[in-house]
Design a protein around this ligand. Structure first.
Ligand code: SF4
Length: 196
């Protein structure tokens, strides 16, 4: 596993870090760690691919707008625990997310007892600039394509065109240099490709 460097850099910034060889191992760890609490989940292909919602919902109160309808966004915002992924992670430790509705990025900044980011190895880039490039030119266009948006990037999913489309999904950019003051954030690194 090639996470030694990023783990060291994340921990130096105040993040807790756990590492796993497979998504199944990471899902089992989260299933053990999160029990009997309210859980909010952001829009995340990573979470979907891991089948995490189903696992956690068996013994937690889980709110996810992808499975429970739009009103789950509000309930997720008030949950004790919040789970999401990232669009890019720099080897130097910056965690990058772009959002449309803003619920996901807002939740990573404030309001929860603990926030977990589950990040597959495909999200990792050597520098902050390269991680930001990845978030803008790989994750966002592929997400726009997945959602069938009428944006120039969705045609081929090839790159960002910095569009002014009414259907632009990139409305905000949040970079965590570290956990917010008083916040607890754990980065769960998985040595497999996960999400977009
Ligand atoms: S800004 Fe527009 S073109 Fe660029 S990734 Fe977002 S939706 Fe696509």
């Amino acid at each position: 596993m090639a996470f030694e460097n990023v783990k060291k850099n994340l921990e130096a910034r105040g993040f807790a870090v756990s590492t796993f060889s497979t998504a199944a191992e990471a899902a089992a760890y989260l299933d053990r760690s999160i029990d009997g609490v309210s859980v909010g989940i952001g829009g995340s292909m990573t979470v979907r691919e891991m089948g995490l919602h189903e696992k956690l919902a068996a013994h937690n109160e889980v709110h996810w707008h992808w499975t429970d309808g739009e009103e789950a966004r509000v309930k997720a915002a008030h949950a004790a625990v919040y789970i999401t992924s990232a669009n890019g992670l720099a080897e130097t430790g910056e965690v990058i997310n772009i959002d449309g509705a803003g619920n996901r990025v807002a939740a990573t900044l404030y309001g929860h007892r603990k926030v977990y980011f589950i990040i597959g190895k495909n999200k990792l880039a050597p520098t902050y600039d390269e991680a930001l490039w990845r978030a803008r030119n790989i994750a966002a266009p592929k997400n726009a394509q997945r959602m069938g948006k009428k944006t120039p990037c969705a045609v081929k999913g090839d790159r960002c065109y910095d569009c002014r489309s009414p259907e632009r999904i990139c409305r905000s950019l949040v970079v965590l240099w570290g956990p917010s003051v008083g916040g607890e954030v754990e980065i769960v690194l998985v040595d497999e490709d996960l999400g977009l």
